[in-house]
Design a binder for this molecule. Structure first.
Ligand SMILES: [Cu+2]
Length: 301
């Protein structure tokens, strides 16, 4: 009698659990769908084809596109394979009356070898494609049309345009502050060499539409060549957490015709922004920064 009651209670408990389990499963799918779909904007259906990459605007986008889309396809194949095998095993070997525990496999050599070899092959393919894409992206052109020094300093960018025809060879520069971020001007379809320098900590120079990002490391000049291929205004940013005001290291990128570019450089020249500042006071004009630092120093004394 006691046993029968126990069995009945257990059955009732199982029945109650089932809807809870399916609710949890439904919730899991909903969360996964929100996470996946929130990366895609309904305003731009073409973003699906690029797997959420922004529309490209430089000659280096193909190399990064192959790596990005290829990596997602490879990851999706692995996911389908692994989830498929998991669900197949769950259903095929689920507990049934008279079949309490399926055959247990331990020290199964072929399986162990597969577990080891398959990830090594996957990593090797990713590594090879990464090296290929990186080499394509960092390939230098023989004689770049323009050379710009990017100074990343706490917490602004300064852009030095070196030896331009429009300024009769005089170097000009531009910098900004938090209410008026620095602007970078580039001529469309002309190659630019960027030399990246930092007087303080590591920053990172990133223009998402160029599919290009490179660290700015103090004591070392990183450089890369790129040709903007589409006119427009883009947003560039620092992509390395560099300190308190890191989020303010945003800049505007204007890709314009050669005439507009030359006119802009002449404006900088006329404004007296001549020379090659490498950070420091000229580059850092953050509203309220001096007061904040003074207050902090006062507290520490
Ligand atoms: Cu930063």
């Amino acid at each position: 009698m006691g046993l029968e009651l126990f069995a009945r209670g257990k059955r009732a408990q199982d029945e109650r659990r089932r809807p809870v389990r399916s609710k949890a499963l439904g919730l899991g799918f909903a969360v996964a769908a929100i996470v996946l779909l929130s990366g895609c904007s309904p305003d731009d259906p073409s973003a699906w084809g690029r797997l959420a990459l922004p529309p490209g605007a430089s000659d280096r986008v193909d190399a990064m596109f192959v790596l990005w889309v290829g990596a997602w396809i490879a990851a999706a194949v692995v996911m389908v394979l692994v989830l498929g095998l998991m669900f197949w095993a769950m259903v095929r070997y689920r507990r049934r009356p008279g079949n309490e525990v399926p055959t247990q496999l331990r020290y199964h050599l072929p399986l162990e070898v597969l577990y080891t070899v398959a990830p090594v092959i996957i990593v090797a393919i990713f590594f090879a494609q990464t090296v290929t894409s990186q080499n394509e992206m960092l390939e230098k052109v023989d004689d770049p049309d323009h050379t710009i020094t990017v100074v990343g300093s706490k917490w602004q960018f300064t852009f030095n345009y070196l030896g331009e025809e429009a300024t009769a060879g005089e170097d000009v520069f531009d910098f900004g502050d938090t209410s008026d971020p620095t602007e970078l001007w580039l001529p469309v379809d002309e190659s630019v060499r960027f030399d990246l320098v930092s007087p303080d900590v590591i920053h990172s120079f990133w223009i998402p539409e160029f599919y290009f990002k490179l660290d700015i490391i103090p004591g070392k000049t990183n450089s890369f060549d790129v040709t903007p291929t589409r006119e427009g205004v883009f947003t560039g940013r620092c992509a390395e957490l560099c300190g308190l005001y890191h989020t303010r290291m945003i800049f505007k990128v204007h890709v314009v015709s050669r005439d507009e570019y030359d006119a802009h450089l002449q404006e900088l020249q006329a404004a007296g922004q001549i020379g090659q500042p490498e950070g420091g006071a000229e580059a850092t004009r953050i509203a309220g920064l001096a007061e904040a630092q003074n207050a902090e120093n006062g507290e520490n004394e």
